[in-house]
Design a protein around this ligand. Structure first.
Ligand SMILES: C[S@@+](CC[C@H](N)C(=O)[O-])C[C@H]1O[C@@H](n2cnc3c(N)ncnc32)[C@H](O)[C@@H]1O
Length: 247
């Protein structure tokens, strides 16, 4: 039986806390610009290992809920939250983000850091995030974008939901949101994130010689390396955006 994409991610990310090409410093800067503060509430869709939630809760004293579909990530998040003594303020719900029922307008902040695919497309993601916050609330979004206008057709087809950055701006405005802050990822942040995945995969392969899943893991490693070398550095950008509603 072959491994699913999320099972391969469990292996690749075993030593990764922040599952995006950005840094704790940039996430904290975004939180500071957003005005995250004690007593405020935040919902984080596709929260991974709860690294953004824990950073924001420790620095800014926020309370929050993270929605995450993957059992291993939920388990790791809950252990991390307990180790940081934040169980009274942070809660993790296992499930599909798009199906999570919440009271509209009940949060001060809605975050989705590299997980807008939780919904069908970016407009639907923005609509859901907007629905979660009250009119003075803010959205903290992490999103990839094309660095170039001309993208190889096979790549554009495989990544049909990625926009140019001007396309992102247009989608934000169409959703009635203004961009306040952008924090672009550096090449170092990309290298660190991409190769941290390879490190996890190779380490697993070294520790599990002859394992029946080894061919799957090796194929995933090579595919991810080929994509990064061939396309990643040239075509993919990534950034954190702070989005606000104006009345
Ligand atoms: C790129 S990671 C980002 C994690 C986290 N936001 C961070 O910055 O570290 C995307 C996460 O979304 C989760 N995910 C995928 N589909 C989902 C869904 N339908 N609902 C909730 N989470 C989902 C994945 O398991 C993964 O942990």
């Amino acid at each position: 039986m072959s491994l699913t994409f999320l099972e391969l991610k469990d292996i690749a990310e075993r030593e990764i806390e922040l599952v995006n090409p950005t840094s704790p410093e940039k996430l904290l800067a975004l939180g500071s610009y957003a005005g995250i503060a004690p007593g405020k509430t935040l919902i984080d869709f596709g929260c991974g290992y709860a690294e953004p939630l824990v950073l924001w809760a420790e620095r800014f004293g926020i309370s929050g809920v993270g929605i995450e579909v993957r059992a291993k990530a939920v388990e790791r998040s809950r252990v991390k939250i307990a180790l940081h003594g934040l169980s009274d303020r942070l809660q993790i719900v296992q499930g599909r983000g798009a199906e999570y029922a919440f009271e509209p307008g009940s949060f001060d902040f809605a975050a989705c850091i590299g997980a807008s695919f939780v919904w069908k497309n970016l407009p639907q993601a923005l609509a859901a995030l907007k629905k979660a916050i009250h009119p003075a609330g803010k959205i903290l979004l992490g999103e990839p974008y094309w660095l170039k206008d001309a993208v190889p057709p096979d790549l554009a087809q495989a990544q049909a939901e990625i926009h140019s950055e001007i396309g992102l701006l247009d989608a934000f405005r169409q959703a009635g949101l203004e961009v306040e802050i952008i924090l672009h990822s550096s090449v170092d942040e990309w290298d660190r994130y991409e190769t941290a995945n390879w490190h996890g995969l190779v380490k697993w392969m070294v520790e599990n010689p002859g394992h029946p899943d080894l061919p799957d893991v090796r194929a995933h490693l090579h595919e991810s390396q080929d994509e990064y070398m061939r396309y990643g550095r040239e075509y993919f950008g990534w950034a954190l955006y702070l989005l606000s509603q104006t009345l």
